[in-house]
Each structure stands twice: as C-alpha cells, then as structure tokens.
Design a protein around this ligand. Structure first.
Ligand code: ZN
Length: 348
C-alpha cells in the first residue's frame, strides 16, 4: 500500500512538470506499460493470500484509472502549450505582399468557338453535342457517303473496327439531333474531330470544327447566304465581304465554299503580294450547302416538306486567319507566353 501511494505521488508530480507530449508519452510508458510498477503489482497479486487479493486488486485498478486521468490532463495541457508556441513562432507578417494569383485564360480556340456560338445564338441556334467515337452510319452513311464511295477518301479516317471510327466531322451530331427532333432544327455542333493527317504547319490529326444546321419548311439558299455573311462579319469585322464558289460535299446539294475578303489586305491582295491570301484578296473559311434530300430521308424527314442548309468550319483555321498565326502547332504547345496574347483579360 505504501508503495502505491509513493507511486501515485511520484507520477502526479512528474505529470505536472511534463513540458512536451513526448514527456507525457514517456511517463505513460514508464508507469502504465506492461513492465511498469502497476503491471508488476497486478502480477504480484497471485502471491498474496487469497483474502487480500480483491482489496489490493481494487486499489491497483483505482490507482491506474487515476494515473490515466492525470496523464490525459497533462497531455491536453502540453498540447495547448505547444500549439500556442507554434503559433507564436510561425506568426504571419500580414504586411508582406501576397503571392500573385495567376488567373486562367481562355484558350484561343475556345475564344473562336465562343465567338461563333455567340454570333449564331442571336439567330436562334443552340449548341448540340455528340460522341467522338462514332458508328459508321452516323458519320458517313446517313450523310450520303455510301460504302466505298470515293468521297470517303477525302476524310482519311481512324477506324476502330469495320463499323466504328473516330468522327471525321461533327456532322454526326446533325444526324443524331434530327433523329430525335422534329423540324424545325437550328443547331450548332462544335467539337473535336479526327483525320489521319500528317502533322505540319496547317494540319493535325485532331482539330476542332463548328458546324451549323437549319432545317425548316421555308429555308432557302438566300437564308444560307444571309446567315453566313452575318457570321463572317461578326468574326472578321463589319466590312467583311463574302463570296461563294461551287463545290462538292456528299451531304449537300448544291454545295459551296465561302470565302471572306482577306483580313490582312482588306481584300485588295496587296498588289499581289499579301502573304495571307497569296495576293488573291480572298480567304476560304467554310463549306456549306443545302442539305441533300437523301440526308433528310435518312433521318425520317420529308424532303418535299422541309429543306435546310448546313455549314462547317475549322476552328483552328479561323483562329489562324483572325490572329495571323502561321503554324497550327503553336496552339497545341500550351506555351503560356503564346496563349495569353489572345485574351482580352489584362493581368495585374
Ligand atoms: Zn490578303
């Protein structure tokens, strides 16, 4: 009994003097560990006469609880002290200038995509999306590219298997939208497309398009011209002139390429010396045409009742023309010094 009292006094006084959590942990191990005095006392019970065992066992267990409580209290105390010390040592100098926050900037391709969408939204076009990995039927067949038709050669395709491919244009979205919507349809289909091109200053195997589609009962080629002229003016400025040249696409008839007056020389050709338009005064920016009746039939529309026009353009090409970027690879290299030139946002 005397030993236990001495033990209690010793631990309580050392617990009060503990300065760190390590001190408390050491005390806990020393007094309450298996080889500590309490453990020994409990093991020694067996040597006592049976009538004394319960009494002493009770005392030992009571002491154990008391010591544990004292150590818990000491632990809380030193933890608070340590925390206070840490705060004092690590106090912040609130007068220091803060670190500069560098905000993200929209990528130039995203800016072009957005400006196309913004221009067309005012005419009632909404954005539609579809899968990048597509079935042949949505990418080709429904768009009037029969199997083995030579027009397929113009779009070198990444095939995943005989019938599944990486979409070569966003026209699959036109098909998918018409299949689930009754006319009128007025959509824009922006997104990534894939063609088996060698990488050079104007080609990459993955690039971006925005296509548009308007199908309704009285849509004519005049609507096509009016809408696309307005789009060109909003992308390249109100003075921009446009011209249409006959062309061929399987999914439109008639088809046209649209040129805009050169953004660099203003359409003069710079006395034949303008580098961007190669002296012609014109830049080709998109393909368009009246939706082929075969496409309307493929999605279950009645070509005698509705007509429509479609157009498509490369976002990279528009960006290159708009800002005079000479190498398409620059837009993918993610060099911040290049990318930050295109945003209107000013860094401070
Ligand atoms: Zn020019």
């Amino acid at each position: 009994m005397e030993d236990l009292k001495r033990l209690e006094r010793s631990l309580l006084s050392r617990a009060r003097r503990a300065k760190t959590t390590q001190d408390v942990a050491d005390l806990r191990a020393e007094f309450l560990g298996k080889k500590g005095p309490l453990g020994q006392a409990l093991r020694g019970l067996g040597e006592l006469p049976p009538e004394e065992r319960p009494k002493l066992g009770e005392r030992v267990n009571a002491l154990k609880a008391k010591l544990e409580a004292a150590l818990d209290e000491a632990k809380t105390r030193v933890e608070q002290a340590e925390r206070t010390l840490q705060l004092a040592q690590g106090a912040q100098d609130v007068t220091l200038p803060s670190r500069r926050v560098v905000p993200g900037l929209p990528h130039p391709l995203r800016l072009v995509e957005r400006s196309i969408i913004d221009a067309m939204a005012g005419l009632g076009f909404t954005v539609a999306e579809g899968p990048l990995v597509e079935h042949d039927w949505y990418n080709f067949e429904a768009l009037n590219f029969p199997p083995d038709h030579p027009a397929r050669d113009a779009q070198d395709t990444f095939f995943i298997d005989d019938k599944v491919l990486l979409r070569t244009h966003t026209s699959n979205v036109q098909i998918r939208t018409m299949l689930k919507t009754k006319p009128p349809v007025r959509i824009l289909a922006p997104g990534m497309v894939f063609r088996h091109d060698e990488i050079d200053a104007t080609h990459t195997p993955c690039f971006h398009q925005v296509e548009g589609l308007w199908v309704d009962e009285k849509v004519t080629f005049a609507d096509l011209k009016g809408v696309l002229h307005r789009l060109a003016a909003s992308l390249f400025g109100p003075e921009t002139r446009v011209r249409f040249r006959p062309s061929f696409f399987p999914f439109t008839e008639p088809s046209a390429e649209m040129d805009v007056s050169c953004v660099i020389c203003g359409g003069t050709g710079g006395e034949g010396k303008c580098r961007v338009c190669k002296g012609t005064g014109w830049l080709e920016i998109l393909g368009a045409g009246m939706v082929d009746p075969a496409v309307l039939e493929a999605v279950g529309y009645d070509p005698d009742r509705v007509q429509g026009f479609a157009f498509g353009m490369g976002v990279e090409r528009i960006a290159m023309l708009r800002w005079g970027i000479e190498d398409i690879r620059l837009v993918y290299e993610n060099d911040v010094r290049f990318l930050e030139q295109f945003s209107a946002r000013v860094r401070t």
